[in-house]
Design a protein around this ligand. Structure first.
Ligand code: PRP
Length: 213
């Protein structure tokens, strides 16, 4: 039986991609086309055995879980929400570092009792307030969380904070620091067995590239 050597890496457009591409280039993997300007979703690379697929960040863990991609780069936020089934988290790439925080209207006292919390991260949020022993009403949103307290949809939000400028621009202030977040290299568990050698070689190259920025 021929040894499977072809690898697919799932990446997400945006901040993570911008920081992952230079890292992959240092590891000797460069897409043949310009990912940013192309409408394509599958890209050949300078290595004939490695291709890249571009998907939504929240879908990276799912593609890797089912083996549609052998490896992927996903934020710890996405991995925690996904649950990590079928995945092996191999490297902290230290890419797109930010903080998961609660935030509320600046200078305003929060109402007593059951808080309304808007978030794209119900799993992380539920766990955080459970650990605090505080009952909250979760309102699931898909983006622009900062708007929710402004229009009275929620008392506070749980969201990623980097520079803090999005919070500030919307009259919000950070409250509790829930956890630090960064992007991780994840591997499909079955691929790791079936394609152990090419995956190990690739991970070594990425690990070495991480050490020499
Ligand atoms: C993230 C996050 C905040 C913002 C924080 O959104 O959800 O809105 O960045 O960054 P800052 O503290 O530097 O202002 P992103 O732009 O990644 O888009 P998203 O809403 O689709 O996640």
């Amino acid at each position: 039986m021929p040894v499977a050597t072809e690898l697919t890496i799932a990446l997400a457009k945006g901040r993570i991609l911008d920081e992952t591409l230079p890292l992959l280039a240092r590891a000797g993997i460069e897409p043949v086309d310009d990912l940013a300007s192309s409408r394509k979703l599958v890209f050949a690379t300078s290595n004939k055995d490695i291709k890249l697929v571009l998907i939504r960040s929240a879908d990276v863990a799912t593609y890797v879980q089912y083996g549609a991609a052998d490896l992927g780069v996903a934020g710890k936020d996405v991995l925690l929400e996904h649950g990590g089934e079928g995945l092996y988290e191999r490297l902290d790439l230290k890419i797109a570092p930010c903080r998961m925080m609660t935030a509320g209207p600046a200078g305003k006292t929060l109402p007593r009792g059951r808080l309304k919390v808007a978030t794209k991260y119900p799993g992380i949020t539920r766990q955080f307030f459970l650990d605090q022993g505080r009952q909250v009403e979760l309102i699931k949103l898909y983006g622009s969380m900062e708007l929710a307290p402004v229009v009275g949809l929620a008392d506070i939000i749980v969201d990623l904070v980097d520079t803090g400028s999005t919070l500030k621009a919307n009259g919000l202030a950070p409250l509790d620091h829930i956890m630090d977040i960064s992007s991780r290299l994840i591997i499909n568990r079955a691929s790791l067995k079936m394609k152990n050698r090419p995956i190990r070689e690739l991970v070594d190259r990425i690990e070495n590239a991480l050490k020499r920025p």
